[in-house]
Design a protein around this ligand. Structure first.
Ligand code: SME
Length: 160
């Protein structure tokens, strides 16, 4: 059993430091990518308040394919350049979207999603996956969330 000390009232910097430490400890020395993505999706779900979807899309033969996640069943394949995830994969840049309904081409997997943060995971400068977080609240994510998830992406990049 794994249990984590989560202080939701802690500043975001501390919350993300603890999240990254936990993800590092859980994935260190484990070569199975699916197991590692599954545990990181579960950590994101457990650590982050006010989210309705946390997980991965992987780059498979030039498109994004659904990976391990927590939340409602989601779209399976997303072409590069489509929606928030496809834009993050194509540009290699974090997408911080305050209102998904104002994002052209947003793909609604869960009607309740209102804001979204998508961070590319890169290995050797190439996007190999994206981490996707959805929230039912508008403007849920800020640059501190983005930096925290970017640090997480760097930490696990060679383990997924
Ligand atoms: N909303 C995403 C699709 C994935 S789901 O949110 C899980 C997008 O526009 O890329």
């Amino acid at each position: 059993m794994y249990s984590f000390e989560i202080d939701s009232a802690a500043p975001k910097s501390e919350l993300y430091a603890e999240l990254v430490r936990s993800a590092d400890a859980l994935t260190s020395g484990e070569p199975d990518a699916v197991a590692n993505m599954a545990n990181v999706a579960a950590l994101l779900w457990e650590f982050l308040p006010d989210v309705n979807w946390t997980g991965f899309y992987r780059v498979v033969q030039g498109e994004l394919v659904l990976g391990p996640f927590q939340g409602k069943a989601a779209c399976i394949r997303i072409p590069f350049g489509r929606g928030v995830c496809g834009t993050a994969a194509q540009t290699g840049e974090t997408q911080l979207i305050a209102d998904v309904h104002a994002f052209p081409g947003h793909i609604a997997c869960d009607a309740v999603s209102a804001s979204e943060l998508v961070v590319p995971v890169k290995r050797g400068g190439i996007v190999i996956a994206v981490i996707d977080l959805d929230s039912p609240s508008l403007n849920r994510f800020d640059t501190q969330d983005a930096r925290g998830i970017e640090l997480l992406a760097e930490t696990i990049a060679t383990r997924i």
